[in-house]
Design a protein around this ligand. Structure first.
Ligand SMILES: Nc1ncnc2c1ncn2[C@@H]1O[C@H](COP(=O)(O)OP(=O)(O)OP(=O)(O)O)[C@@H](O)[C@H]1O
Ligand SMILES: [Mg+2]
Length: 235
């Protein structure tokens, strides 16, 4: 079952002499239950691609399906991209972007509450997630009182709070030490297996590729599939 399908996507920024063509005919599919790595040099368009998948940035042309729903066909087919994003998609960024004046628990429950989930139910679900990520004891702390790795796990818990079918992660482990990095990637893989979510994870860290099901790259403004070579599985 497909979670994401992109067909013949074009995207540029700027105009005239300053035009930057980022995608010219990019196509790919991600299945439910897959953890897909997205690797490409700086400036190749990784963040731009995640933002288009997340209905944050509008492509120039092409088609995008999220699950079975066609959301873009040369223009948005959905009335409210933000509502769709809140319901279907979890974002994890390189910097955790927790809200500093809310507790960890409040950060995690915020989105479900905006989506209309009763507060009690949202809190119960959030506590389950915080337990899963081994930071339940920090639920009532402010982000400033947690370590970088703990905050990043809280941000991942937040991304999962609305039970997204798709998780878009832009270098989610960049702020973590080696052990936490491996832990987080293993957790992401476990999520794809346990909950059948699809995850697209931007990473510059080649040692994480063996944990992923597939590796996509951006070359010549298109998406290509990179083989996961056997020696990548050694870790
Ligand atoms: N809002 C914007 N306006 C103009 N140009 C932009 C904008 N956003 C991105 N770009 C350009 O599009 C290209 C792709 O940028 P993007 O941020 O997607 O790259 P990236 O692969 O995520 O890079 P990095 O690994 O450094 O995060 C770059 O040349 C960038 O300068
Ligand atoms: Mg980027």
């Amino acid at each position: 079952m497909q979670a994401i399908q992109v067909h013949n996507l074009y995207k540029h920024f700027g105009k005239g002499d300053n035009i930057v063509r980022v995608f010219e005919g990019a196509s790919f599919t991600v299945q439910k239950g897959e953890l897909v790595a997205l690797v490409a040099p700086s400036g190749a368009g990784k963040t731009t691609l995640l933002m288009m998948l997340g209905c944050v940035i509008e492509p120039d042309s092409g088609q995008i399906w999220l699950g079975e729903e066609k959301v873009y066909d040369n223009h948005w087919l959905i009335k409210d991209p933000r509502a769709l994003r809140r319901k279907k998609i979890g974002f994890i960024f390189q910097a955790h972007y927790l809200i500093p004046f809310l507790t960890i628990l409040e950060n995690v429950t915020m989105l479900p509450i905006i989506n209309g989930v009763p507060k009690k139910e949202a809190s119960k679900r959030a506590m389950e997630l915080l337990e899963y990520f081994e930071i339940a004891d920090k639920a009532n702390e402010m982000p400033a009182h947690l370590s970088g790795g703990q905050n990043q796990r809280a941000a991942i818990a937040r991304a999962l709070a609305n039970d997204p079918q798709i998780i878009l992660a832009d270098e989610p482990t960049a702020a973590l030490d080696r052990k936490r990095t491996i832990d987080v990637v293993k957790m992401l893989k476990k999520l794809t297996t346990d909950k059948n979510v699809a995850i697209v994870m931007v990473t510059h860290d080649e040692s994480l590729l063996p944990f992923c099901d597939r590796v996509l790259s951006i070359e010549n403004k298109k998406i290509i599939e990179k083989p996961v070579t056997p020696d990548m599985h050694i870790i």
